[in-house]
Write a protein that binds this ligand. Structure first.
Ligand code: UDP
Length: 339
């Protein structure tokens, strides 16, 4: 199949393209490079030995987007393109609504016009807000605590409405838990702008000496050691989840929603210690106040994806840390580290 991957130069997108290539799909990428670099696509091509057709603009650009559908026969779209920084979304909500919501609506309009009605959508466990209990299954109540999360939830709702109005659409909504790790080659990985917000990239930068110490946001949660618990999932497992979702799409199965997680929770300190084992050094940390909006525990019940997509995560925390560390040491400045 020919797959249009929006946001394909980003962290999850780039890893997904490799798995798409392995499964013999043709890949076309549209990405405005607002939070990614073309270098990632160059390296994806080098890893998979296949070409990626690349368009450098935003999905907000309707005319140019139409051009892609005119010149290529697209079967399915995987839609990653979106802003994702929680703090920034609180400071600049309109930027988030414009880019994420208008971008998605524009994409769906163009797809509809060209009668391409297959889409895999990149959602997030953030739509579960502060869950009543864990593990979280797909039927849990949805709620959000910040504009970023609200855009994810709204985009899910938009897709539901689109499907209700026209059930010729095939839609798979994937709710990711916490993607970490990197491709085994050490050539592609997460390349955050500035100081990382997320735990694993922050720890990696402490380990490589770019940051002094980890601030552990709260040690008085009701968890195994008082620190926050999350479901970290290897980005390659996550990437493979998209290939599995494509199979579901070709079965003409309407709208389906799946958690993509491992089903196991790790605390901040457990994650830190796993990373210490991977990099072979003790890492400095201090306990800091809780971060606003954080919850104690969040991990998936991933059984539905196993049952219906025949997908499950196979890479453990040790592998996530080893792969993240390889990427970090080979590319201390991310893609700016050059060849
Ligand atoms: N965390 C932390 N220090 C950091 C970044 C994150 O203690 O510098 C904690 C955070 O409070 C949460 C966990 O690590 O318990 C995962 O945070 P992240 O931002 O990676 O993911 P999210 O909170 O969005 O699930």
């Amino acid at each position: 199949m020919t797959i249009l991957v929006t946001g394909g130069a980003g962290y999850i997108g780039s890893h997904t393209i490799i798995e798409l290539h392995k499964a013999n799909h043709e890949v076309i990428v549209v990405d405005d490079l607002s939070n990614s670099s073309k270098e990632s696509l160059k390296r994806v091509e080098e890893i998979s030995g296949k070409q990626v057709k690349f368009y450098n603009f935003s999905v907000l650009n309707k005319d140019k987007l139409k051009g892609i559908f005119k010149t290529n026969k697209i079967d399915t779209v995987i839609h990653f393109a979106a802003f994702k920084a929680v703090g920034e979304s609180v400071a600049f909500p309109l930027k988030y609504y414009h880019n994420n919501i208008s971008g998605t609506v524009t994409l769906l309009e163009v797809m509809s016009e060209f009668n391409v009605k297959n889409i895999v959508f990149s959602s997030s466990a953030t739509v579960y807000g502060d869950p009543a209990r864990v593990p979280i299954d797909e039927s849990f109540a949805l709620s959000v605590t910040n504009p970023y999360g609200r855009t994810k939830l709204m985009m899910e709702e938009i897709l539901q409405d689109v499907y209700r109005a026209d059930n010729k659409w095939n839609i798979v909504i994937l709710r990711y838990f916490n993607p970490v790790g990197a491709h085994k080659s050490g050539r592609i990985g997460e390349d955050p702008n500035g100081i990382p917000n997320n735990l694993m990239p922050f720890i990696s930068q402490v380990a490589v000496g770019k940051l002094k110490e980890l601030a552990v946001f709260g040690d008085d949660y009701n968890t195994v050691d008082g620190t926050g618990v999350r479901d970290y999932i290897h980005v390659v497992d996550l990437a493979y989840g998209h290939v599995s979702a494509l199979k579901k799409i070709t079965d003409n199965s309407g709208l389906n929603i799946y958690n993509l997680g491992t089903g196991k929770g790790y605390s901040v300190l457990e994650t830190l210690h796993a990373f210490e084992a991977a990099c072979g050094k003790k890492l400095k940390y201090k306990v800091a106040p809780r971060r606003a909006g954080d919850i104690a525990s969040c991990y998936a019940l991933p059984d539905k994806a196993k049952r219906e997509l025949d997908w499950q995560a196979t890479r453990n925390m040790e592998e996530m840390c080893i792969d993240a560390w390889r990427w970090q040491t080979n590319n201390p400045e991310g893609y700016k580290s050059g060849k």
